[in-house]
Write a protein that binds this ligand. Structure first.
Ligand SMILES: *Cc1c(COP(=O)(O)O)cnc(C)c1O
Length: 481
């Protein structure tokens, strides 16, 4: 399609500005641009340009979007409407507390609901992403050990099935990362864990369900080993939609958790935000939570409170407020039973698709999965030359977003992974259609591998040079207009 610059014709206008009625401000000459090149188009051209752009984008509202690890689920439009109410949007973060009682009330109640769902004693809504929550949680852990003058604890244990942000956040927070290998069942290898813990262990970070979509089997044992050694337990709860309302990390022995409101709790994501990564913790860590927190005083008024032992602020003001409103609306709409049902559907949908595919698309384990599963295309590739990427590209032609590709990637073990997360919001009909497409593509791989290797056939762009697009992006129009 043409760029807006290429549509530009001199003299075309969308709007006519009124003549200036105030005296012009005299900016020094050296600060003035010699010329400002903006595209010149008529309103109709502009409308068509953006409409065409939007048609070329694929979103949850356009079709099935089983992007594993990302929870690209459909989110009720009602929650958007609620978040856009003027009482929530036409406020300023520096307003007096008395004038924003409703908003503070919502923050306090949302924190309370999230504490109940996770089994924690305190919660901050400040962090603006999952990884930001991890960083915040690790700062709490550092403050805890520091307050006990336990200065040797510099290491964070991270199982190899953790989300990639876990080790990165640990390094950002000033810790050293110790990798814990998996056992044959793709869970934490307990012997390796016993060998790694010690008086230098600050915490273990567990992603559960793991990045393979499996529930960690030995959580109680892991929890005991780490606590006995004086370390704390961190739960990566980004994918809480697999367990919410069913089990609580706080009850499993975890001391700190982060959640991704922009996955589980109804804020659409992809494209960079805005997100929210609340962090919950047990009583012994509450005093270190970021300042300020919202409390309800004796008269029933909501106000901000600061703790002297706090790790400080982790974002300007209070976090992404509109995301909190959507999460609150979502939780209140579903209620306790609905939240549990939503988790059950996330798990049921993934297992349904897995079962319908596994005779031809083997998974990496025979266990039931949680909200997502990984299929291995290696055997198909050996037999036909068709790769995970080819299957993914052909799905685009059939109106579906590809699953997550080549993740996890363990050279020699899983080299051709597709990670599928149907999410709880898809119907049986949609899942059956997706299964039918994947089965059709499997047969095509034998009949006409070339067709798949050249897919997609119906898209504006087929196979871009993905590495060059990421490493050397051209984000500026250099031509003439
Ligand atoms: C998405 C995700 C994260 C990171 O969340 P961001 O908001 O992208 O920083 C961390 N852990 C898990 C398990 C995730 O799925």
């Amino acid at each position: 399609m043409k760029l807006i610059f290429e549509r530009s014709r001199q003299g075309l206008r969308c709007a006519t500005l009124r003549p200036v009625e105030v005296s012009t401000y005299g900016l020094k000459k050296e600060y003035l641009r010699k010329d400002l090149k903006l595209p010149e188009v008529a309103e109709v051209d502009l409308a068509r340009h953006y409409t065409e752009l939007s048609r070329n984008a694929f979103g949850v509202d356009s079709g099935f979007y089983p992007l594993g690890s990302c929870t690209m689920k459909y989110n009720p439009k009602l929650n958007e409407e609620v978040a856009a109410l003027p009482g929530f949007t036409k406020i300023h973060p520096l307003q007096d507390e008395e004038s924003v009682q409703g908003c503070l009330h919502l923050m306090a109640d949302l924190s309370g609901d999230l504490m109940e769902l996770t089994g924690m004693d305190g919660m901050t809504l400040q962090p603006c992403a999952g990884a930001h929550g991890e960083f915040t949680g690790l700062m709490l852990i550092a403050a805890y050990h520091e307050s006990r003058k336990d200065k040797k604890r510099t290491k964070i244990l991270v199982p190899d099935t953790a989300h990639g942000t876990n080790p990165a956040s640990a390094v950002m927070a000033g810790f050293e990362v110790v990798n814990i290998p998996s056992n044959a069942e793709k869970g934490v290898d307990l012997d390796a864990l016993r060998a790694a813990v010690g008086d230098d262990t600050a915490a273990l970070m567990l992603t559960n369900p793991t990045t393979l979509g499996l529930f960690e089997k030995n959580i109680e044992e892991i929890s005991k080993i780490v606590h006995d050694a004086g370390g704390l337990l961190y739960y990566d709860g980004a994918n809480l939609n697999a367990i919410m309302g069913v089990v609580r990390p706080g009850d499993m022995g975890f001391d700190v958790i982060h959640l991704n409101l922009h996955k589980t709790f109804s804020t659409p994501h992809g494209g960079g935000g805005p997100g929210s990564g609340p962090v919950g913790c047990k009583e012994k860590l509450v005093q270190f939570l970021p300042n300020p927190s919202v409390i309800k005083d004796k008269k029933g008024n909501y106000q901000f409170e600061c703790s002297k032992k706090s790790i400080g602020k982790v974002s300007s003001f209070y976090g992404n407020f509109a995301v909190m409103v959507k999460a609150f609306a979502y939780i209140k709409t579903l209620g306790g039973d609905g939240i549990k049902e939503s988790a059950e559907h996330a798990v049921l949908n993934a297992n349904y698709m897995k079962a319908k595919l596994q005779d031809i698309y083997p998974t990496d384990t025979n266990r039931y999965c949680m909200h997502e599963f990984v299929i291995d295309i290696q055997k198909l590739k050996n037999e036909t030359g068709v790769s995970a990427k080819d299957i993914a590209k052909a799905m685009i032609d059939r109106g579906m977003h590809p699953p997550t590709m080549y993740f996890p990637h363990i050279p020699g073990v899983i080299d051709e992974a597709l990670m599928i997360e149907p999410t709880e919001t898809e119907s049986k009909q949609t899942l059956d259609d997706a299964v039918a497409v994947l089965r059709e593509l499997y047969e095509l791989a034998f009949k006409d591998p070339k067709y798949l290797q050249e897919a997609p056939h119906n898209m504006a762009i087929g196979r871009p040079d993905e590495v060059a697009a990421a490493r050397k992006p051209i984000v500026r129009f250099e031509g003439e207009y």
